[in-house]
Design a protein around this ligand. Sequence first.
Ligand code: ATP
Length: 502
Amino acid sequence: MLDRKLNEKILTYIDAGFPIIYINTFEEDKIDKILLSGELRRLYRYHEWNGAKGGVYFETKKQWGLDSSIQSFLDYFISSPEELDRTILVIKDIVPYLDDPEVVARLKEIVRLINNGADACIIIVSETVKIPKELEKYITVLETSYLTVDEIKEIINSFLSEYDLGTINEELLEKFSVSFKGLSEFEILNILALAYSNDGEFTESDLQIVMEQKRQAIKKGGVLDMVSVKETIDDIGGLDNLKKWLENKAKVFKNYRQAKEYGVDTPKGLLIVGVPGCGKSLTAKATAAMFGMPLLRLDMGRLLGKYVGESEENMRRAVALAEAVSPCILWIDELEKAFAGIGGNGEGSEVTTRLFGSFLSWMQEKTSPTFVVATANDITKLPPELLRKGRFDEIFFVDLPNKEERKAIFDIHIKRRREKDYPQIKEGIDELVKSTEGYSGADIEGVVSEAVEEAFVSGEELTIEKIKGVIDKSIPLSRTMKEALEKMKKEYSNRNIKNATK
Ligand code: ATP
């Protein structure tokens, strides 16, 4: 089904005279099948240059030119243009050669022949997208789409029947299929083989293996990380307003199908801005636990590529992968870093501006259950378009914790490390709260962890005095960043941004 669609799409592009189709895929085998089947195969001659197979290659293994270099392959068609009649030139593993002006010039020459009437098309098949500027306007990038849950079910079932492994019940099949979302057929088959070889059957406990393998497969893709989450909402001290808001969204998101039918818009996500070390990342992680969904982290810095279109392409891949894995939480950390320099001069800022544009339109139009949690320290560095209604459902400002919040944060971190000592510390906790005005959550965590270490080294229990001693010699964030914090606070209140606390 999927294969036929791609086959037809390629034909349409060739008919319309597109000279270079760039297929970005991890599934070369699948693309081979597509290119060597259907109408495409019937109507077009197929010639391949394959870097990994040592050069030119075709079913007949015909040798082109004097050697097997990409230059010779291209030269052959330049000097015998009649060979381009009803022909597709499939080129694999060309990426390292795209820096070579000689290769680019030859590709351009073939493009010229195609534009002048040769009924041919160059099809580049590659795992990565790299488009030399000179070829930019001749190239059309095609992606292989991700598998749907039904297609994954089919793959699992045919794996089971091919190896005579019986069947698995519908509920487990559904769970496996959902957790495989975002992976290629090849990756799914490998993971299935691994899960099976583990104990000779497929059970609920194999889902753990699936998740672990999936984490690695996503990492290999290079644009997203799947973060394993231990943090829950109970690990966040304070931020009650934000927590309440998230709880409501979780109710909608967990039942997004029914909610949609009811008429509720699928939540898009939120932006959390504010003081460093006050729980922004913690909230992103806890959101995944609260929603009961995988957490994918997008590192904006890693998206920025060297070649024309590479950054947008990376962004597109990241978004497509997140949508394929959805329902999920997409955490975009340090958002302002990615979009610094928008609207400025120079090539770098052009790339960021385009990248930003594609991010904005995705946020605006997205309908998939991908809940974005973006975090940023400095809202003034974010382009105003991003803050407009319709992008995020809400923007929250996280401030330094107030009295009640500091108490809650002390509770969490003391109990986590020294549950046993907590009851007597509780008696005097107000004293700790009073002496930590201007401390961030991370500062408080630091104080507790240092006091616990000191207590251990001296072979004592954790006490109020020990913690107090560490507080007395520590310098909180509000002192080191006093002016910046005051400015930040003013900015948020001017902009009427919701406070995460109340
Ligand atoms: P940055 O902007 O520097 O990334 P952040 O706001 O994302 O900071 P976090 O990474 O969430 O900060 O916080 C750092 C650590 O401080 C957390 O892992 C957590 O242990 C502790 N912490 C911060 N805020 C809280 C809080 N409200 N409740 C409990 N712990 C907190």
